[in-house]
Design a protein around this ligand. Structure first.
Ligand code: CA
Length: 304
């Protein structure tokens, strides 16, 4: 397709190669490229969506084994949709960029650290174990961070904002999610504004989720999932922008007079999920103190 073409939507329904297109989208509610069949190669496309009505530059929906290389998603990023592991099994390397930052889409990997120096545009962890994602700023994707069939991993100190869904865990358990700033998750639905949750959990239990800042119109959607939403007393749970109570007591049972920066009653998410110690103010990391050579300790946390 000629580089000056506009208002073009590529919807791939066969075993195709889409390569070298310059795709501009002027329609509302559409992904730049939507793929719902297996074994396509999508490469070297420049995808420019309108940046307002969708978070989907390239969507792979209910399909498998597609290969993405060298695509530039200028405004809106990646969207992976599916219900089984095979739906998330694609080859998407770091030559794909969201807003100029590389995509880290890990499949079947263990013991990997995606640290602050990498600055990902999108992170997807598929069938992975013991992965660390730390210090990333993830914006303008359908899901800021996606974990599918991923266990024993660590999502820490990331800023996840202006995505449709902030953080999504699908069939993922025994992960730790802490110190993240998950805010401004939203999407525009076909019939108006439709909010999507900051954190979505489906069939994902035994995750430990604490010390996060959650500021979304819809904070959590939890389906067939039971998780731990605090780090006990006195470390506390999460900061919820939409939860306030009284803070006149302290102690494990919040029954001793004197405030402690923890609301006196739990934030009940649903029948099997609650934050026992919701924070009055956002948690902030405490600087580490170097002790001797090669060691460090963390100062005791002060919950304000
Ligand atoms: Ca209290």
């Amino acid at each position: 397709m000629h580089a000056q073409a506009k208002a073009y939507q590529a919807c791939v329904r066969a075993r195709n190669v889409i390569s070298g297109n310059d795709i501009h989208i002027e329609r509302y509610f559409s992904a730049g490229i939507t793929v719902d069949s297996p074994h396509n190669t999508i490469s070297e496309n420049i995808v420019e969506t309108n940046g307002i009505d969708t978070r989907e530059g390239i969507t792979l929906s209910g399909c498998s084994n597609n290969t993405l290389t060298g695509n530039q998603m200028l405004q809106e990023g990646l969207n992976l949709e599916g219900s089984t592991l095979v739906h998330f099994t694609h080859s998407i390397d770091t030559s794909n960029l969201v807003r100029g930052k590389p995509v880290y889409y890990l499949v079947d990997q263990t013991n990997v650290v995606i640290g602050p120096s990498l600055q990902a545009g999108f992170v997807g962890l598929i069938n992975c174990t013991n992965i660390t994602v730390e210090g990333q700023t993830l914006t303008h994707n359908e899901k800021g961070i996606l974990l599918a069939y991923t266990n024993n991993s660590r999502i820490a100190n990331n800023t996840v904002r202006f995505n449709s869904f902030g953080l999504v865990l699908h069939c993922s358990s025994n992960n730790t999610v802490f110190g993240n700033n998950v805010t401004h998750s939203f999407a525009r639905a076909h019939n108006g504004w439709g909010w999507k949750p900051g954190i979505e959990l489906r069939f994902s239990s035994h995750n430990h989720i604490y010390h996060n800042i959650l500021n979304n119109d819809w904070q959590v959607y939890s389906y067939n999932s039971a998780n731990v939403w605090d780090a006990g007393y006195p470390l506390g749970g999460n900061y919820w922008s939409d939860y306030s109570d009284v803070d006149v007591c302290h102690g494990e049972d919040q029954d001793v007079p004197g405030s402690d920066g923890i609301w006196d009653h739990p934030n009940i998410i649903d029948e099997v999920n609650l934050d026992r110690y919701p924070l009055v103010n956002p948690w902030t990391p405490t600087p580490q103190i170097t002790v001797g050579v090669g060691g460090s300790v963390r100062r005791p946390l002060t919950v304000k």
